[in-house]
Design a binder for this molecule. Sequence first.
Ligand code: SF4
Ligand code: FES
Length: 241
Amino acid sequence: MATTRKKILVQRYVEGMEKPELQEFELEATAEMTVLDALNAIKDTQDGSLTFRWSCRMALCGSCSAVVNGKPVLMCETSLKKLPDTVRVEPLRNFPIIKDLVVDIDDAFEKMRSVNPYLDRMEARVENKHLQSPAQRKRIAQSSQCIKCMICYSACPVYKVGENFMGPAAGALAYRYIAESRNKKKRRQLNAATGKKGVWGCSFVGECSTACPKRVDPAMALQRLKVMGALNLPKRLLDKE
Ligand code: SF4
Ligand code: FES
């Protein structure tokens, strides 16, 4: 089987180090190898302490995100053969590093939770009550594709500095539930997304949508929410929320 020699530079960090350092590995890469395969091969044969997250290996679980040659990507769908002979792998930006390529994403998850991302199913279920038409499903199809990979948070220049900004995926998630035909209590999501800690920090740079591996388009969701928030403002003022 034909192989190509690749130099893989991986950012390493363990608690107590002054700053992260790059470690160099060499690898005979086959044509089918992804960046994730390369890291697993290194872990199996060269350095068992190398630490990174992954699970599905099919761009579904969202856990193998990292910055590869400067771009935040899913490592399991990034083919090594399309990359230059030297490949640099770093953790997602904008998150604290726990170890090597593993980052602490609690803040982003907390922001997603803050938009109440669920349907209120307290009403008694009756036959066919929760059906959707194809057109209704289409409205939420794009924003439902999110796999919580946090790549958009890593690409966003505002998230790290804008402490009150909810971030791209939380906006896409809020939009998904507000645009949802079966949701009869959309005010919860709208108020959360357009409150002080909501969408307003977004300056529509659009890097989140460019980087998103599932084409969710969080940037557009955030702009739609801004319009909805502006239209909802008189109601909020009357409610003294
Ligand atoms: S919106 Fe896209 S980039 Fe952001 S978490 Fe969801 S799938 Fe990942
Ligand atoms: S391993 Fe699940 S998305 Fe890459």
